[in-house]
Design a protein around this ligand. Structure first.
Ligand code: E4P
Length: 222
């Protein structure tokens, strides 16, 4: 399973890249706003900065909601860097825009997906990625991981090439559960990725190995 980081923070992207397990980045307008990135030129430069840190797909979301606007914005974003993936909302115009981008060889990520039917439409339009929002479904007492499982079955039934990008991941168990049901990608906050490293028995075990090594070295000297 690929690991993407879900942030527009260059510092966090660099930190995740340094871990050696990062495959890409997803952003959205809220994450860009959180970093104080606004205005056309700054936004475009920020995407290029992200692409220069990570050697993998970088999702950049369109703001337009009409077909013509999405096409114009998406083409401008795609021209920034070969790793840019145009992120398009799951709407009627969005699905049409995905179909258009697919025809042009531009990679897409269909976002704000909350049902299997929406995921089926994204795959039929040829989306590179579909983003079901696991955490936001859990927030409204609906099993987000179950949706990933359902989409996996549907895509496998028909051999759709669209990759399932589990989004709105909140904690390490989400990552593990999404891996168990066959998500292709999980896009996660840095904290959820780094939490995977930790286990108290690893810490205790390493301390004991090092203490025993030190004891043996002292005994040889004596
Ligand atoms: C990523 O592609 C999504 O925009 C993001 O994961 C949403 O996460 P949130 O529900 O934590 O805002």
């Amino acid at each position: 399973m690929k690991f993407f980081i879900d942030t527009a923070s260059l510092a966090q992207i660099k930190e995740a890249q340094d871990l050696g397990v990062l495959d890409g980045v997803t952003t959205n307008p809220s994450l860009m706003a959180k970093e104080g990135i606004s205005g056309h030129d700054r936004v475009m430069k920020h995407y290029v900065d992200i692409c220069n840190i990570v050697d993998g797909d970088v999702s950049a979301e369109v703001i337009a909601t009409d077909y013509a606007g999405m096409i114009k914005e998406g083409e401008d974003l795609a021209a920034l860097h070969p790793n840019i993936v145009v992120k398009v909302p799951m709407t009627r115009d969005g699905v049409k825009a995905i179909k258009y981008f697919t025809g042009k060889g531009i990679k897409t990520n269909c976002t704000l997906v909350f049902s299997a039917g929406q995921a089926l439409l994204a795959a039929k339009a040829g989306a590179t990625y579909v983003s079901p929002f696991v955490g936001r479904l859990d927030d409204v007492s609906t099993d987000g991981v179950q949706l990933i499982e359902q989409i996996r079955v549907i895509y496998d039934n028909y051999g759709y090439g669209t990759e399932i990008l589990a989004a709105s991941i909140r904690h390490p168990m989400h990552i593990i559960q999404c891996a168990e049901v066959g998500a292709d990608v999980a896009t996660c906050p840095l904290s959820a990725i780094t939490a995977l490293f930790d286990h108290p028995l690893t810490t205790i075990g390493l301390e004991k190995f090092l203490a025993d090594h030190k004891k043996a070295a002292t005994a040889v000297k004596a």
